[in-house]
Design a protein around this ligand. Structure first.
Ligand code: PEP
Ligand code: MG
Length: 877
C-alpha cells in the first residue's frame, strides 16, 4: 500500500540511483539489468532492513520475512524453478552489499538451495554428478562457517584428511563418492561444533543466511575497516539474493574479476584474472592461481568477446573505470557485480584525463572525482602499497611519504651522518628549532611526543619530508642510544622505515617507490585552476622551497617564517649574540651581522617568486628558543663548577644561564613573542625590514618584480599594529629613499581578541592572514604542541569532536571567528586582502569553509599546494 516502507526489491525494480537503499552491489546489478547487461535474476533486502534489525538487537522488522518469501516466490515464478526442489531446483547466492564497498569484509553464502533432493536433480540437469556434489559440499562448508559459526579449519581439515587417505593432491582429484562422503562428514562436523543438526529446509537456511549477512556488518574486521576508511558505523548492509550461475560447471564455465583500466597506472588495457571451472571463492582463497584475462580469448572466445563489449559498455554507462566480477556458466556470460574501481592517485589522474579526452565525461566531472588528499601519494617517495609488512608501532601520519634510514637520536649526529650521505631517520622525543639541521639531513623524522602541528610535523611538511609524530609507544633512551617498542630494541645505526602517509613505523628497510609528477598531474590541475576562485599560496622560507612551491602551482608565498632563517647553525651564534647583548651597541653589531644573511634569503625568495606576492612575517617565536635549554645550561654550569673550571668559560656559561632564566616563561606560547617581542626590541624588526627592502631593491635592479607584503604576527590590540606599522614604514622609507619600491603591511589574525577588534586593527592593515594554528590553540584552549597525543585522540575517537581541530578547522568556533574577522576587517578596509596561513590552508574540508567565507587565498606547505588547488576547485563545482 502507498506509504508503506518496502524492505525488499526485485532486481528489475532497482537502479543505480537506489544505491543508498540497495547497496553498491544491489544497485549495480539492478542497473546492469536495466541497461540489458546479462545478470542473474534476484532480489535485494534493503540496508534499511539491516539497520532496523541492528537497532532492534537482531530482531527483524515486522513483515521482512514475509516480504522475502514473496520475492522468492516471484523469483521462482520467473525462473520456473523452486528453491531446493527435487525437480528444476533453484539455487541462490546470498551476498552482502554495503553502500560504500568494503571488499572482503562481510559475508557471502553460495549454492543455497542444494539439498538431498535437489542435488540429484542438479546432477541430472548438468550431466555432472561430480559438479552437483561439489556444490553440495561447498554449500555446507560455507553455510556452516558463515551462518552457524563452525570454524573454517574444521571443514578444511576433513578435506585434507580425506585427500590423505585417498593419496591425492588436488580437490579436483576427489571422486563423486568422496564428495558424498564429505557431505556426510560435514554434517557431523557441524553437529559436533554447534550441538544441533544443520537445518535441511532451504527456506530456513535462507532466513538464517540473511541474518548472518546482517550480522557480518558488525564483525570486528568490518569495524576496523570502516574506521580506517571513515565509513559511518550505522549504514548497514543490503543483502542480495540471486539465482546461482555456475562457473564450476566444467570446462565451458569460468569465473573472474577484471578492471576496465589498469587501476595502478590508469592505462587503458586489459586488466583481470579468471579461472576455468571454478567458483569465486577458489580465486579468493588462493587455492588455484588464476590466469591473466587475455588467455580467456583462447579458451572461451565467445564469452570473452562479450565480456570486452560489456566492459566497454559499463564504463561508458558509468563514465568511470569499473571493477567487475563475472561468471561464465556453460559458455554464457553473466555479470555479478560492477563498481567504481579503486585506484592509485596516478591512475586517478590518468583515467580522469583520458575519459575527458575520450569525450566520456567533462572536466568538471573529472575534477569532482579525484580525492585531493590522494595527490600526496604522488609528491613523496612512498612505500610500495603491497609491502605486506607488520608495523612495529604507529604514530600520527604527520607528513606524508616514506623514509628509510639508520636510527639517530640527535640532530648533530643526523647532520653529520646524513651530511656524509648516509640515509638517517631522526628519532626524537620531540624536535625543537635547534634540530633543524638534523631534520634537513634526515630522510624523515619520528617523534614519540607532539602532534600534527608540532614543530617536527610543521617543519617536515614544509620540507616534504616524511614524519611520524607522537608515536607514544616508543621508549627512547638517548643516553643508551636505543629506542624500544615492547620487546623490540633498536640501537643507533639500526635501520628503520617510517611511513608518514599512514603513521606506521617498521623495523628494517622497506622498498620505496619514487614520486611521479606526470603530464596527467599538470593537465588535470590546470583544469582545477580554471574553475577555482580561491587563490593558493605556499608557506615557504627558502628559495628552494619557494621554487618547489611555484613548480607545484603556488601563486605566491603566504607565509615566510623568518625565524626559521635564524635557526641555521651558521647563524645561530649571531642570533645568540643579539639576544645576549648587554648593551644596545652590542645588539646593533650582532644585528648588522644578521642583516646580510637575511637579505640573501629574501633575495632568493623574491627571485623565485618574481611577479607574485611574497608575505614576509617579522620574527615570531620567543627568544629563549634560540638559546640552550634551561636544564641543560644549568647542568653545564654545575659541571664546570664541579670540575673547578673558572674564568671566561664559566663566566660565559653563567651569563647564558642568566639570560635563559630571564627569558624563560611558564607559558612561552602566550608570552613574549610576535609583535610583543618586536615592540620590545624594535631594532630586530628594523633589521628585518631593512633586509627585505634591500633585497627587493636588488631584485628589481636585476629586472625582477618583487611583490612585498610585510606581516606582523600575534597582534591582539590595534595599538600594537599602529606602532609596528610606523616602525616598518619609517625604516622602509629610510632604506628606499628615492626608489619607489611598493610594499604592503598587514597582520596575522591569530588571537580571538584580534578578531573581536578586527575593525580597529584593519585601520592599520592592508591585509589579514588568519593564523589558524594559534587561533585554534587560543580559541579552543588546547595546546597545539601537547594535546594531540593525549586526550584529543580520545575526544576524536569517542565522537566528542568530529575531527582534530588542528588538522581540520573547527567550523562552529574558529571558523565563525574567521568569518567575523573578515567581515569586521572589510567593514573598515573594503579592499582588505584576506587569507589563511595556518595548517588548515592545505586541508580540503577547511578550504571549503574558507571559500564560502570569501577569503582571497589559502597558504599551505609547498607539497599541499596541489591538494589545495584541487580542493578549491571542487568547492565551486
Ligand atoms: C598560525 O598560528 O596559524 C601560524 C601560521 O603561525 P605559526 O604556525 O608560525 O605560529
Ligand atoms: Mg602563529
Amino acid at each position: 500500500s502507498p506509504g508503506e516502507r518496502r524492505l525488499v526489491y526485485d532486481l528489475a525494480e532497482g537502479s543505480a540511483a537506489m544505491k543508498p537503499l540497495l547497496g553498491g552491489k544491489g544497485a549495480g546489478v539492478a542497473e546492469m539489468s536495466r541497461i540489458g547487461v546479462p545478470v542473474p535474476d534476484g532480489f535485494t533486502v534493503t540496508t534499511a532492513a539491516c539497520v532496523a534489525a541492528m537497532e532492534a538487537g537482531g530482531t527483524w522488522p515486522d513483515g521482512l520475512w514475509e516480504e522475502i518469501l514473496a520475492r522468492l516466490d516471484a523469483l521462482e515464478e520467473r525462473t520456473g524453478r523452486r528453491l531446493g526442489a527435487a525437480e528444476r531446483p533453484l539455487l541462490v547466492s546470498v551476498r552482502s552489499g554495503a553502500v560504500i564497498s568494503m571488499p572482503g569484509m562481510m559475508d557471502t553464502i553460495l549454492n543455497l538451495g542444494i539439498s538431498d533432493e535437489s542435488v540429484v536433480a542438479l546432477a541430472t540437469e548438468s550431466g555432472s554428478p561430480r559438479f552437483a556434489w561439489d556444490c553440495y559440499r561447498r554449500f555446507l562448508q560455507m553455510y556452516g562457517e558463515v551462518v552457524e559459526g563452525v570454524p573454517a579449519h574444521a571443514f578444511s581439515d576433513e578435506i585434507a584428511a580425506l585427500k590423505g587417505r585417498r593419496g591425492v593432491e588436488q580437490d579436483t582429484d576427489l571422486t563423486v563418492e568422496d564428495l558424498q562422503e564429505l557431505v556426510e562428514t560435514f554434517r557431523t562436523v557441524a553437529l559436533r561444533h554447534t550441538g544441533e543438526e544443520l537445518p535441511t529446509d532451504p527456506r530456513e537456511q535462507l532466513r538464517r543466511a540473511v541474518h548472518a549477512v546482517f550480522a557480518s556488518w558488525d564483525t570486528p574486521r568490518a569495524g576496523v575497516y570502516r574506521k580506517a576508511h571513515d565509513i559511518p558505523d550505522d549504514l548497514g548492509t543490503a543483502v542480495n539474493v540471486m539465482q546461482m550461475v555456475f562457473g564450476n560447471r566444467g570446462d565451458t564455465s569460468a569465473t573472474g574479476v577484471c578492471f576496465t583500466r589498469n587501476p595502478s597506472t590508469g592505462a587503458k588495457e586489459l586488466y583481470g584474472e579468471f579461472l576455468v571451472n571454478a567458483q569465486g571463492e577458489d580465486v579468493v582463497a588462493g587455492i588455484r592461481t588464476p590466469l591473466p584475462l587475455a588467455q580467456m580469448e583462447r579458451v572461451l572466445p565467445d564469452a570473452y568477446g562479450e565480456l570486452l563489449d560489456t566492459m566497454n559498455r559499463l564504463e561508458q554507462h558509468y563514465g568511470d573505470m569499473q571493477d567487475i566480477e563475472f561468471t561464465v556458466d556453460d559458455g554464457k556470460l553473466y555479470l555479478l557485480q560492477t563498481r567504481t574501481g579503486k585506484r592509485t592517485a596516478a591512475a586517478a589522474l590518468k583515467v580522469a584525463r583520458d575519459l575527458v579526452a575520450e569525450g566520456v565525461i567533462d572536466r568538471e566531472t573529472a575534477l569532482r572525482r579525484i580525492e585531493p588528499a590522494q595527490l600526496d601519494q604522488l609528491l613523496h617517495p612512498g612505500l610500495d602499497p603491497e609491502h605486506g609488512r607488520e608495523p612495529l608501532t604507529r604514530g600520527l601520519n604527520a607528513s606524508p611519504g616514506a623514509g628509510v634510514g639508520t636510527v639517530v637520536f640527535d640532530a648533530d649526529t643526523a647532520a653529520e651522518r646524513g651530511g656524509a650521505g648516509e640515509p638517517v631517520v631522526l628519532v626524537r622525543w620531540e624536535t625543537t628549532p635547534d634540530d633543524i639541521h638534523g631534520v634537513i639531513a634526515a630522510q624523515g623524522v619520528l617523534t614519540s611526543h607532539g602532534g600534527m602541528t608540532s614543530h617536527a610535523a610543521v617543519v617536515a611538511r614544509g620540507m616534504g619530508k616524511p614524519c611520524v609524530a607522537g608515536a607514544g609507544d616508543l621508549h627512547i633512551d638517548v643516553e643508551a642510544r636505543t629506542v624500544a617498542v615492547g620487546d623490540t630494541v633498536l640501537t643507533e645505526g639500526d635501520t628503520i622505515t617510517i611511513d608518514g602517509t599512514t603513521g606506521e613505523v617498521f623495523a628494517g628497510a622497506l622498498e620505496l617507490v619514487p614520486p611521479q609528477i606526470t603530464d596527467d598531474f599538470t593537465e588535470v590541475l590546470s583544469w582545477a585552476d580554471d574553475v577555482r576562485r580561491l587563490g593558493v599560496r605556499a608557506n615557504a622560507d627558502t628559495g628552494a622551497d619557494a621554487a618547489k612551491a611555484r613548480e607545484l602551482g603556488a601563486e605566491g608565498i603566504g607565509l615566510c617564517r623568518t625565524e626559521h632563517m635564524f635557526m641555521d647553525a651558521e647563524r645561530l651564534p649571531a642570533v645568540q649574540a643579539m639576544i645576549l647583548a648587554e648593551k644596545p651597541e652590542e645588539r646593533a653589531e650582532a644585528l648588522e651581522r644578521l642583516l646580510p644573511m637575511q637579505q640573501a634569503d629574501f633575495t632568493e625568495l623574491f627571485t623565485a617568486m618574481s611577479g607574485l606576492p611574497v608575505t614576509i612575517r617579522l620574527i615570531d617565536p620567543p627568544l629563549h628558543e634560540f638559546l640552550p635549554d634551561l636544564v641543560e645550561q644549568s647542568v653545564l654550569v654545575q659541571r664546570l663548577e664541579d670540575s673547578g673550571v673558572t674564568g671566561r668559560e664559566l663566566d660565559d656559561a653563567r651569563t647564558v644561564l642568566g639570560h635563559v632564566k630571564r627569558l624563560s616563561e611558564m607559558n612561552p606560547m602566550l608570552g613574549t613573542r610576535g609583535v610583543r617581542l618586536a615592540l620590545l626590541y624594535p631594532e630586530i624588526a628594523r633589521m628585518q625590514v631593512r633586509a627585505i627592502a634591500r633585497a627587493a631593491a636588488a631584485v628589481r635592479e636585476q629586472g625582477g618584480d618583487p611583490r612585498v607584503e610585510i606581516m606582523v604576527p600575534l597582534v591582539g590590540f590595534d595599538e600594537e599594529l599602529r606602532r609596528m606599522r610606523a616602525v616598518v614604514t619609517e625604516t622602509w622609507a629610510e632604506e628606499t629613499a628615492g626608489a619607489d619600491v611598493p610594499h604592503t603591511v598587514g597582520t596575522m589574525i591569530e588571537l580571538p581578541r584580534a578578531v573581536l577588534v578586527a575593525d580597529a586593527i584593519a585601520e592599520h592593515a592592508d591585509f589579514f592572514s588568519f593564523g589558524t594554528n594559534d587561533l585554534t590553540q587560543t580559541t579552543v584552549g588546547i595546546s597545539r604542541d601537547d594535546a594531540e597525543g593525549s586526550f584529543l585522540n580520545a575526544y576524536v575517537d569517542g565522537g566528542i569532536l568530529p575531527a582534530n581541530p588542528f588538522a581540520s578547522i573547527d567550523v562552529d568556533g574558529v571558523g565563525e571567528l574567521v568569518r567575523l574577522g573578515v567581515r569586521k576587517g572589510r567593514g573598515t578596509t573594503p579592499d582588505l586582502k584576506t587569507g589563511v596561513c595556518g595548517e588548515h590552508g592545505g586541508d580540503p574540508a577547511s578550504i571549503a569553509l574558507f571559500d564560502e567565507i570569501g577569503l582571497d587565498y589559502v597558504s599551505c606547505s609547498p607539497y599541499r599546494v596541489p591538494i589545495a588547488r584541487l580542493a578549491a576547485a571542487q568547492v565551486t563545482l
